[in-house]
Design a protein around this ligand. Sequence first.
Ligand code: NAI
Ligand code: A1CAB
Length: 283
Amino acid sequence: MLKNKTIGFIGAGSMAEAMISGIVSSDLVPSHQIIASNRSNVKRLSELETCYGIKGLTKDQLAINELDIIVLAMKPKDIDVALESLQQQLQPHQLVLSVIAGISTTYIEEKLRSNQPVIRVMPNTSSMIGESATALSLGTYVTEEQTKISQKLLCTIGKVYIIAEEHMDVFTGVAGSGPAYFYYLMEHMERTAKEAGLDHAVCRDAVAQTILGAAKMMLQNDEEPASLRKRVTSPNGTTAAGIEALRSYGGGKAISEAIKGAAKRSEEISMQMLDENNNLVIN
Ligand SMILES: NC(=O)C1=CN([C@@H]2O[C@H](COP(=O)(O)OP(=O)(O)OC[C@H]3O[C@@H](n4cnc5c(N)ncnc54)[C@H](O)[C@@H]3O)[C@@H](O)[C@H]2O)C=CC1
Ligand SMILES: O=C(O)[C@@H]1CCC=N1
């Protein structure tokens, strides 16, 4: 299904690298059929070539007509320039996957030629090790075959969920940005344990192993997180004291506001692509 497809990443930053790493490790697509491109940073491209065995090309060297799947992996602010140039070159059979936060399939469809298949994708950086939680929302012109191909490709970077596009902002807040919340939590757990004298290597490993274990407990049975939490919490014990501190410092609210803040930002990015009459901005 994917053995003879050529995949081109337009944008060669952190997210493109994380996805390339996951895809290459899976052996589903030969690495020489993966291309990463950026505007002009050839040093970055040669790093990716050396590390993953892929091809790196600047955007002027990239032949769009040779690609089967085009992954848009630039920042939202750069999308208009990229779409303008793609609009001239894309053929109707070429599938466009966009990982750009806050940019709707409609926005991309409107800027490309008619009937271009577009899928909005929200992965996270754990794609690097095949552990992303990735959502897909299908654009108007995507076929069943193209959906299957995308699912198969994205399964190489982790788990895949197909969701309605109206839920993409909140998914972005939970899973696209999510790894950063856990890194923030881990930074604080590690620092606190270190300040109390625990060996750095032990803190680092124990913090990560604790989160991994809790995540696996969620994934490996149907028990609700509140119920799992109660099983850790002995009456009047250590966890009760810890949870009470979390509650009194607004821990739950902080997590919820983090998700809402990220989702709101995703919505704002999409709104910035609308004019004062709520019409899509077409340059
Ligand atoms: N970093 C993350 O955890 C996640 C990022 N995303 C999305 O992925 C996209 C990329 O994010 P990062 O990789 O973090 O950004 P980044 O800044 O590391 O990489 C962006 C790349 O796009 C290139 N670029 C810009 N315009 C271009 C053009 N016209 N042609 C070719 N290359 C072009 C830049 O040179 C750069 O290599 C963003 O839209 C972001 O919303 C989505 C999920 C998670
Ligand atoms: O921070 C961002 O905008 C991107 C999208 C999701 C994760 N990182």
